[in-house]
Design a protein around this ligand. Structure first.
Ligand code: HEC
Length: 302
């Protein structure tokens, strides 16, 4: 698939030519589908709430344009059945999944994209760099106990996790058990996948006050990207979810001027403010909280 993107880029020296070739690819996927061609037809319009929206660096789509993949087309990719425990309520559930690596390979993702950013119906977000996709093999859940999202939520669940859920499992890759924030790699209600360069999504976290190399700061940045980004946007145009409705500068001011409060809030928000909606992070070590404070506080107004 990478090869197709490359071919397209080389062949389409003028963007007009490229757009033309890809318009053809969009309307007549069966005609142009060769050994290296994307398997998933992209549609300009949404036909169902179960369509998967894809955006970002996709051949044939201008920046900012969203295309739609039909659930049934995603379901034609190689599937696996996994037994998960407690993923959707108590007990075991058998889920039918497609690995993100296969989904990525079946889409016309351009070579500069190295991060998959998932966004959800409720403003939650998940971040999957290609290295993470390779090492931890996250997957998209298409069915729970043989039922597709049209029949969700499954019995016992009040909240509909559809249209898509992304998850990771230690039964697939044992190292998942050692992830600090595996919970943040399991978003529900996923609607949109954005194929982005990390430089565009997170570049601001390496510039300005964050440009000086410092071990503690870079550890804090890792935690920020793989955890806090689920609900909070970073400085400037940094990618992040929108559930945490506080501006980054407000979080940074707390980290800088009230670090004890910041630490206790991150660990157990409800213990500080009973009405808090933020999820708790009781598993963070003192060293991890030190790193977060070091990283976030650099964004404080002087
Ligand atoms: C599930 C979503 C979610 C995640 C994940 C999350 N937050 Fe929050 N955060 C919120 C929300 C929502 C608020 C607004 C206050 C509230 O309802 O808790 C908030 C508020 C805050 C505040 C301000 C508290 C105050 O008194 O104003 C800080 C500091 C903060 N978050 C830090 C973090 C850090 C650091 C992380 C990563 C370790 C993080 N948050 C992860 C949702 C989240």
């Amino acid at each position: 698939m990478r090869q197709l993107s490359m071919t397209v880029l080389i062949a389409g020296g003028s963007s007009g030519l490229r757009a033309c070739a890809l318009a053809l690819a969009l309307t007549l996927p069966s005609l142009v589908r060769g050994a290296n061609a994307p398997e998933l037809p992209l549609h300009a319009d949404r036909a169902s709430t179960l369509d998967l929206a894809v955006t970002g660096l996709l051949a044939g789509a201008e920046p900012g344009v969203t295309r739609y993949v039909r659930w049934a087309d995603v379901a034609r990719l190689p599937q696996a059945k996994l037994q998960l425990t407690g993923e959707f309520g108590p007990g075991e559930q058998e889920v039918t999944v497609v690995f993100l690596s296969d989904l990525w390979a079946a889409l016309p993702v351009l070579p500069d994209a190295d991060t998959l950013l998932a966004t959800c119906t409720d403003g939650y977000a998940g971040v999957y760099p290609t290295t993470f996709i390779r090492d931890y093999r996250p997957f998209l859940i298409l069915e729970i106990n043989g039922q597709g999202p049209g029949n969700w939520p499954p019995p016992g669940l009040r909240f509909n996790p559809g249209p898509y859920v992304i998850s990771v499992a230690a039964s697939v890759v044992p190292a998942v058990a050692e992830l600090v924030d595996a919970g943040h790699k399991r978003p529900w209600g996923v609607t949109t996948l954005n194929f982005a360069p990390a430089e565009r999504a997170f570049g601001a976290l390496y510039r300005g006050p964050w440009s000086a190399p410092a071990e503690l700061v870079s550890q804090g940045r890792e935690i920020w990207i793989h955890s806090c980004t689920s609900c909070h946007r970073g400085p400037e145009d940094t990618f992040g979810g929108t559930k945490g409705d506080r501006p980054f500068a407000a979080l940074a001011a707390l980290a800088r001027y009230a670090p004890d409060y910041f630490r206790r809030y991150v660990t157990n928000p409800k213990g500080m403010v009973p009405t808090a909606k933020m999820e708790a992070h009781p598993h963070y070590t003192t060293a991890q909280l030190d790193a977060l404070v070091a990283f976030v506080s650099l964004g404080a107004p002087p």
